[in-house]
Design a protein around this ligand. Structure first.
Ligand code: ATP
Length: 363
């Protein structure tokens, strides 16, 4: 059978285990020899016990677990050609020519580069006698399929990344808990949620918690936001509302591109309105805990589709990313999606907010 390996890279997210499980089982079902690569690219570079054959039962009882049971890491070695050369050697020695990468845009970029270099890496391994001619010929094609695991929903091309829905559940639970205490004391609560370059979590959280104000990176507030914010908060209190909720995305910025932090917002509220104001930074709570039903199913569907895409790949097939479009699993050109995702970040850096929102599209 064909050699296929799955690994998780970059930040972890809920639902990655469901994806790993689906990849392993679908690949076994289709007759592949399947491997886990532990600790992301670092495990691929280091080889040894990090690359382990998987069987049907090795992915039992993981679907309900948060994080990724096969480990994830950031890896400097893989950014250098020498690191990728070691990785290529480790794969050839195990007969792996099909890779499923579950990670963010950085991880997918690395995978694409690896695939483009594959031929020249094998040539170098042959010249230095680390592999033989038969191996050079047999493993000449490397197929790659990506899927996006991230709670931020920060990838262009997919409606939802694996982990986002679970993070939203976690955030909503936390806000509901806080609201009940805030209600008793007429407080103003400022909640900082994750999303370095993407306001999706903050925006949806604001909608689902009846927040009074939200700060997101794609659409900085008007320059006089302190006045607007205070007017709004005062209006609500005068109208009889007992508490105020403000959501701040961790990547929130102003019209000059400078960060707007929860602390800054608090200062504005305290200085102008003298309201009893508290900050809650949810942090890694958002990434932890059990994946939601949606993320488990998403992981299952994406994982199965990824293996099918690999099995159908020809030398002409571009590396693809498996995405959710409406309610369909689709395959999109990997680099096009990565480029678009990078273009959103650039538009924000260039203070072209409308372009950023437009490029972000549905996700
Ligand atoms: P997250 O969105 O959670 O941060 P990510 O996949 O974008 O996930 P990165 O830290 O950017 O996270 O990338 C993860 C790993 O992928 C890096 O540590 C590195 O090993 C590899 N990688 C990223 N970019 C490249 C690149 N341009 N070339 C080679 N490898 C890369």
């Amino acid at each position: 059978g064909k050699g296929l390996a799955v690994f998780t890279s970059g930040g972890d997210s809920q639902g990655m285990n469901a994806a790993v499980r689906a990849v392993v089982r679908m690949a076994i079902y289709l007759g592949c020899k399947v491997f886990f690569i532990k600790e992301g690219y670092q495990g691929m570079v280091d080889g040894g016990d990090n690359i382990e054959e998987a069987n049907w039962s090795s992915v039992s009882s993981i679907i309900h677990k948060g994080g990724t049971v096969i480990g994830s890491a950031r890896c400097m070695d893989f950014k250098e050609r020498v690191g990728r050369l070691k990785a290529a050697c480790n794969l050839v020695k195990r007969g792996i020519t099909n890779l499923v990468v579950i990670g963010g845009d950085g991880s997918l970029t690395g995978a694409n580069l690896f695939r483009q270099e594959w031929s020249s890496l094998l040539d170098e391994l042959l010249q230095t006698s680390q592999i033989n001619k038969a191996e050079r010929e047999k493993y000449k094609q490397l197929n790659i399929v990506g899927m996006v695991g991230s709670i931020d929903n920060d990838f262009c091309g997919t409606d939802m990344t694996i982990g986002t829905d679970s993070a939203l559940h976690r955030i909503m639970d936390a806000i509901d808990a806080i609201v009940s205490t805030a209600y008793s004391h007429q407080r103003t609560f400022i909640m900082e949620v994750m999303g370095r370059h993407c306001g999706y979590l903050a925006l949806v959280t604001a909608l689902t918690s009846e927040a009074d104000y939200v700060f997101i990176p794609e659409m900085p507030p008007p320059r006089d936001w302190p006045t607007k914010l205070c007017t709004k908060l005062e209006q609500e209190r005068t109208a009889g509302q007992r508490l105020n909720i403000i959501i701040v995305s961790e990547g929130a910025i102003d019209r000059d591109g400078q960060p707007i932090t929860a602390e800054m917002v608090k200062q504005v509220v305290v200085d102008n309105l003298k309201q009893d104001t508290r900050i809650t930074v949810l942090g890694h709570v958002q990434r932890g805990g059990a994946p939601s039903a949606f993320d488990r199913v998403l992981g299952c569907r994406m994982g199965a589709e990824a293996v099918m895409a690999l099995m159908e790949a020809t030398p002409e097939t571009e590396a693809c990313v498996v995405s959710l479009d409406g309610n369909q699993a689709v395959r999109l050109p990997l680099m096009e999606c990565v480029e678009k995702t990078k273009a959103v970040a650039k538009a924000m850096a260039d203070k072209e907010w409308e372009l950023a929102v437009q490029l972000r599209g549905r996700s």
